[in-house]
Design a protein around this ligand. Structure first.
Ligand code: ADP
Ligand code: ZN
Ligand code: ZN
Length: 814
């Protein structure tokens, strides 16, 4: 008998490939085990066993596998089932889901590049093969898997690489994630020769003529009594000495430096009981439990600061006590240290955190802990990709801030929405899903209204703190009366001064999207454009640079207009940076901080700025939407929204919903303690219905109005949208392809098809772009429409001229 396996390869082709295996391998292999296989022109891939059978493939000769990579499955059946749903719903290949789901260290292939980890030096733990690789990395900074194959003279190299990763000798270089830089803290300890008690007096004797050094050593011994590692900085401060003095002791071999990596979440073992719920919270908690009796999904709509997190904590505790796993999903920007620490206090020994800023090794560690259903990973707090972890026993998924746009993955495929995929995942586990938000998405609230989801509301802030008082400031009027200083109205300045006088802190919010500081020639009106994309470059005053926000292109700021040569270049519009500059002039003695994508790069970016703000080293914090989430600052009494109009005018059917959500969330940062907070919203249009609804906290009214518009203009939740995008470097090719595809779709799907159209930004990275939208009416079968689209897509890709066109399909592209 011949045996075969079908495997999932991490490629965008929707097809399983068959390989030949021996009888012994057939006995051993199971779905979910990884194997190394050859595919294409002698390329090695990591593939996942999907099925074991005895049917030879039709049309090609099955190759043998190189090697089995796991002893037991790394992916379980529930996951495979979930991947199938994602692949079919979001119209992508299983391979694309496979690639998105596994940490890249699990997905080695010929082109994978490995590099040395800093700090490894214990060669004695390496075997011969491992040593060869290690040595090669001493001579060149990185190696591809192909090079490893050459060095070891065999194709079965993945296990060697895997062991090297596990021994922290190497890691896999990742393109998508920023390079991992472990955060090292410098510690100091006594050289071992001086460690015995008797030696102390001898030591002090030798230092009798170096008083300062002697003081340092005495302080060292004091600090040592606490039995904690001693930071250089602490020793320096406590002994009132300098770095130079400590260094001279190190030079004398009395002290030595060492480093501890501090970025893993280290739980110190001091857990606390969860908080006792207030009567309103308890009521909400019981209502959620009741909903879960009949509904798989429940929406908790609780205003900002109502204590949703405390309710989650109680639900989590219940699940952990029953031995179930819990997944707590958050948008990336809400995953702050503040929240992590809060949960750590309650669930330290159960909690693992998983998100893209973590190093690959840490992600592998969490994966393995979840796979083995370890206590340490019974509760996972993570961003959208944590949905792919190998849970076997989920009891509850919490999707906090469920309305957040960043739950949707736009690129690359799978283009999934983490909230929706989480609901499916929960159902596969027979678990419950709780969606939480102060400002639910229209879709979710609609589902709750229709009775599809259970619904629980919590309308009281903890401690009965009042919601902030919201004031709309009419900047059109202020301009007319000449009461603007730069982008600040006299009213906002007055409120800022009042807050500062009371030693309270201020947050100023400037929406990032659609309102970057564009340079414009005052003579001819031309703005410098990105040479690769159809957008204006934005001005970054800090580096005096022009940058493209789409492709990262940068150049030095121009002195003359490229079109007419005029020297009058004006930086129109304003971003966070501009506001920061204006503030520095208006309040020269005040500490101003800025939080946006530029200032928060790196794993500790946020943490540093937030830490300073919390410690009140910063009085006014200027920032983008990053400020709206998961932060709790007791001393903030004023929030200013610099410009509401650019949010409201954004060309998207959700612009109004999003503006409402963002403004309410940002406002929620004001007055979280006893005193009632204030919010000032600057706008040209104070009578805009959304601003009125924000200022009166009228979610229901907003919902009703938006839902009406969605119905009228054929948008979700009534109509479903699939967006098809075509890209090509050649203008005519993309044009021809889009027309062909548009016509074929229209023949099959009639009036459901809109386009092809040219999007607002018609060229990115030198690729011309065309779009086709398919709107599926209510009661029409979504599956039927999708099947038609797939058939037409296959026909399209069979046409030779169209093969080089990049085509992507985005289901629920909003
Ligand atoms: P939300 O998530 O709804 O915005 P939080 O859970 O962050 O609200 O609660 C706001 C603040 O009130 C937090 O500092 C929290 O610790 C505190 N808090 C909420 N409920 C309680 C409670 N029952 N006992 C003590 N403190 C509470
Ligand atoms: Zn000009
Ligand atoms: Zn560009």
């Amino acid at each position: 008998m011949n045996y075969f396996i079908d495997v999932i390869l991490p490629i965008p082709i929707q097809k399983q490939f068959t390989y030949k295996i021996t009888e012994a391998e057939a006995e051993f292999l199971k779905p979910g085990i990884r194997v190394a296989v050859e595919f294409g022109k002698s390329k090695i891939y990591t593939a996942l066993v999907y099925k074991i059978h005895t049917e030879p493939p039709v049309g090609y000769e099955a190759k043998e596998i190189f090697q089995i990579l796991d002893e037991t499955p790394v992916v379980n059946d529930i996951q495979l089932k979930h991947w199938e749903w994602i692949s079919s719903y979001y119209m992508c290949s299983l391979g694309e889901v496979f690639r998105a789901a596994l940490p890249s260290a699990f997905l080695l292939e010929s082109e994978t590049v490995i590099q040395q980890m800093i700090g490894f030096n214990d060669e004695s733990i390496l075997n011969d093969d491992e040593f060869l690789i290690y040595e090669a990395l001493q001579h060149q900074t990185q190696l591809s898997v192909n090079q490893v194959v050459e060095i070891l003279g065999k194709k079965t190299v993945f296990p060697v690489i895997k062991d090297l990763i596990e021994k922290n000798v190497i890691n896999v270089k990742e393109q998508i994630y920023e390079q991992y830089k472990p955060k090292l803290i410098k510690y100091v300890r006594l050289n071992a020769v001086w460690n015995e008690k008797e030696k102390l007096s001898e030591l002090l004797e030798t230092l009798s003529r170096a008083q300062k050094q002697r003081d340092v050593i005495l302080t060292y011994f004091q600090l040592q009594t606490t039995k904690k590692p001693i930071k250089v900085i602490d020793l320096q401060e406590k002994s009132n000495s300098s770095n130079a003095v400590i260094k001279s002791l190190v030079d004398k071999d009395i002290l030595e430096y060492y480093f501890i990596q501090t970025d893993r979440i280290n739980f110190d073992g001091n857990s606390k009981e969860i908080k006792i719920l207030t009567s309103h919270q308890e009521e909400a908690f019981l209502a959620i439990e009741k909903c879960f009796k009949t509904k798989q999904v429940t929406l908790l709509k609780g205003i900002t600061s109502s204590g949703k997190t405390e309710i989650y904590a109680k639900l989590i505790k219940q699940q952990l006590e029953q031995g179930n796993q819990v997944l707590y999903l958050l948008p990336e920007i809400a995953l702050t240290t503040q929240l992590i620490e809060r949960l750590q206090i309650y669930f330290g020994e159960y909690l693992s955190v998983f998100h893209s800023k973590y190093s690959m090794n840490e992600r592998v560690e969490v994966w393995n802990n979840v796979l083995e259903n370890k206590q340490k990973a019974q509760l996972v707090l993570g961003a959208r990709s944590s949905l792919f972890l190998p849970f076997s026993n989920l009891g509850l998924i919490i999707v906090d801030e469920e309305h957040e746009p960043s739950f949707k993955q736009y690129d690359p495929a799978p283009r999934y929405h983490a909230r929706d995929a989480a609901i499916i995942l929960a159902s596969n586990h027979n678990a419950k899903a709780l969606l939480g938000s102060a400002t639910p998405s229209i879709e979710t609230f609609y589902n709750a209204q229709q009775g599809k989801y259970g619904y629980v509301a919590l309308n009281r802030r903890y401690g009965n703190v009042l919601l902030p008082e919201i004031e709309l400031v009419d900047v059109k009027e202020k301009h007319r009366k000449k009461r603007m200083k730069g982008h600040f109205s006299d009213r906002l300045l007055e409120m800022i001064s009042a807050a500062l006088k009371e030693k309270e802190q201020v947050i100023l919010f400037q929406n990032r999207r659609g309102f970057a500081p564009v340079v414009e020639c005052e003579t001819c009106g031309v703005s410098p454009q990105c040479p690769q994309c159809d957008v204006s470059l934005t001005f970054h005053s800090y580096r005096k640079e022009l940058r493209c926000h789409y492709c990262g292109y940068r150049q030095a700021m121009l002195h003359n207009c490229g079109a007419c040569g005029s020297e009058k270049l004006n930086t129109k519009g304003f971003g966070t940076e501009q506001i920061e500059l204006e503030l520095q002039e208006l309040f020269p003695n005040v500490n101003i901080g800025r939080m946006d994508l530029d200032t928060t790069r790196g794993k500790y970016g946020y943490q540093k700025i937030l830490g300073q703000f919390q410690a009140q080293e910063i009085d006014i914090l200027v920032g983008t939407q990053m400020l709206s989430k998961g932060l709790d600052f007791a001393n903030v009494s004023l929030v200013g929204i610099m410009n509401a109009d650019n949010m409201l005018n954004f060309p998207d059917f959700r612009a109004h919903e999003r503006s409402y959500q963002l403004m309410v969330q940002v406002s929620g940062r004001a007055g979280r303690d006893q005193k009632r907070g204030k919010v000032a919203i600057q706008t040209y249009n104070p009578y805009h219905q959304i601003l009125q609804q924000v200022s009166t906290n009228s979610y229901d009214e907003m919902f009703k109005e938006q839902l009406q518009e969605r119905w009228q203009y054929h948008y979700p939740p009534f109509y479903r949208i699939i967006k098809i995008t075509l890209r090509h470097k050649n203008f005519n090719s993309v044009e021809d392809g889009a027309n062909w595809l548009g016509k074929s779709l229209t023949i099959n799907l009639k009036e459901q098809v809109l386009g092809p159209t040219t999007p607002a930004i018609s060229k990115i990275r030198n690729y011309y772009i065309r779009q086709i939208i398919v709107k599926i009416p209510p009661k029409q079968s979504i599956t039927a429409s999708k099947n038609k689209i797939i058939r037409i897509k296959n026909a399209f890709q069979a046409v030779k001229e169209f093969r080089s066109i990049k085509l992507t399909i985005d289901v629920d592209n909003y």
